[in-house]
Design a protein around this ligand. Structure first.
Ligand SMILES: N[C@@H](CCC(=O)N[C@@H](CS)C(=O)NCC(=O)O)C(=O)O
Length: 208
């Protein structure tokens, strides 16, 4: 086994599990849970894991001795290494893959987690509708930008599904629960991303 993926599927590790499934890679999944006893058998204080993820965050990988953390960086690396259509064919496509990956982290991830926590994930008595509403407000401009990009091109880096689509879609999987009537291009794209067999296999690991 050359590739080890650290992190339970019900975490941002789903992004890397989806990529590995897209690429058809053989991998060992080490389901470290960020809430487990850090010093337990699959705890985040394990020396091997900590070499890959200095802050103890998931996902992280060990690829035949090369260790890496940060979900977007991991996926860009795996797509570049293995190709298979997931890595854009042109320099401009590569630049768009970086753009949408950074966009996912800087513009989407924070408010999407906040919205999902207070609209879907937390027990109802722990949800704060004001926080959900504020996060949804902060998502409007970024989601409109994604819709506009997808009005011009079927996929984010051109004519085919690539790591650009996977990285952004994986960061907004909770957005499938939003009303996208005003964002038809985004709605089409999100549906197509999550209809992919590899996405279905990855989300099945979460029981979804
Ligand atoms: N920017 C990082 C975020 C990683 C992250 O925060 N992961 C969460 C789980 S989804 C985690 O490990 N939390 C536990 C902790 O922060 O100690 C990435 O995209 O990989």
């Amino acid at each position: 086994m050359t590739l080890r993926i650290y992190g339970i599927a019900a975490s941002r590790a789903i992004r890397t599990l989806w990529m590995a499934e897209e690429l058809g890679l053989a991998y060992e999944h080490v389901p470290i849970h960020y809430r487990d006893d850090p010093d337990g058998p699959l705890g985040k204080n394990g020396a091997d894991f900590r070499q890959a993820s200095p802050l103890g965050r998931i996902p992280a990988i060990d690829d035949d001795g090369f260790r890496l953390c940060e979900s977007m960086a991991i996926n860009l690396y795996l797509a570049r290494k293995h190709g298979g259509g997931l890595w854009p064919a042109t320099l401009a496509g590569e630049a768009l893959a970086y753009q949408w990956s950074f966009f996912a982290v800087t513009e989407i991830d924070g408010p999407m987690v906040e919205w999902a926590s207070h609209a879907i994930v937390l027990p109802e008595d722990k949800r704060d509708p004001a926080r959900a509403s504020d996060a949804l407000g902060r998502l409007q401009a970024p989601l409109a930008a994604v819709d506009s990009a997808l009005a011009r091109s079927p996929w984010l880096a051109g004519e085919a599904f690539t790591v650009a689509d996977l990285n952004l879609a994986a960061a907004m999987f909770r957005a499938r629960r939003m009303d996208h009537a005003a964002r038809p291009h985004l709605a089409r794209w999100l549906g197509e991303c999550f209809a992919r067999p590899a996405a279905r296999r990855a989300w099945a690991m979460r029981g979804e």
